[in-house]
Design a protein around this ligand. Structure first.
Ligand code: TMP
Length: 208
């Protein structure tokens, strides 16, 4: 595969969507072919799963939630990510497999290792080249006041603490792939940190 996969991760309201969009805009300005995706989502199946998981009221069994998200990811990898990477695109993804490890493995208690194994199956071992973890303690989550909280945002603080602690563990375990950024910094500063790291992936560490 010639392209690059760059993912943004973190808890609720950490600003990762803003940063994923800013990185995509930067790649566009530099004339680099890119694709911006989000999970769950990005395909018709993924968007359906997204509304089932986030908007539904009917209680979902933990493994039903994990497997619905896994099905959406399997579809996204097959339909979007692999073709884009093999065409040499820079794929920026707002959440990917680490979200399942953190939310379903850690948050719901299904087990980080079991979810990581599931991720390996459904992605065929596809892993991001670089992941940015926007580190914001769940007590400081910034919610959009105009939007009602979704099913996952409504979960108790304990759940979000477990998600956060799992992300911390992942970042410690894989320091070469996962770059931890303090999400309390101003967005412009974060954008520069992200870009400094992404530039190193350019051919020959190209300076732009
Ligand atoms: P967001 O993109 O606005 O952060 O919303 C996605 C929500 O879905 C967020 O609460 C995290 C959750 N999610 C999981 O629980 N597991 C996953 O694997 C993914 C991709 C998302």
């Amino acid at each position: 595969m010639k392209g690059r996969l760059i993912t943004f991760e973190g808890g609720e309201g950490c600003g990762k969507t803003t940063q994923a969009r800013r990185l995509a805009a930067r790649l566009e300005r530099e004339g680099l072919p890119f694709l911006l995706q989000r999970e769950p989502g990005g395909t018709p199946l993924g968007e359906t799963v997204r509304s089932l998981i986030l908007q539904g009221d009917h209680p979902l069994a933990p493994w039903a939630e994990a497997l619905l998200i896994a099905a959406a990811r399997a579809q996204m990898v097959d339909e979007v990510l692999r073709p884009a990477l093999s065409r040499g695109l820079w794929v920026v993804c707002d959440r990917f497999a680490d979200s399942s490890t953190a939310y379903q493995g850690g948050g719901l208690g299904l087990g980080e290792e079991r979810i990581e194994e599931l991720n390996r199956w459904i992605t065929g071992g596809l892993r991001p080249d670089l992941t940015f973890f926007l580190d914001l303690p769940p007590e400081e989550a910034r919610h959009d006041r105009d939007k009602p909280l979704d099913r996952i945002e409504r979960r108790p603080l304990d759940f979000h603490r477990r998600v956060y602690e799992t992300y911390q563990r992942l970042a410690q375990r894989e320091p070469d792939r996962i770059i931890r950024i303090d999400a309390r910094k101003p967005p412009d500063v974060i954008e520069e940190e992200v870009w400094r790291a992404v530039k190193k992936l350019l051919p020959g560490g190209r300076r732009v």
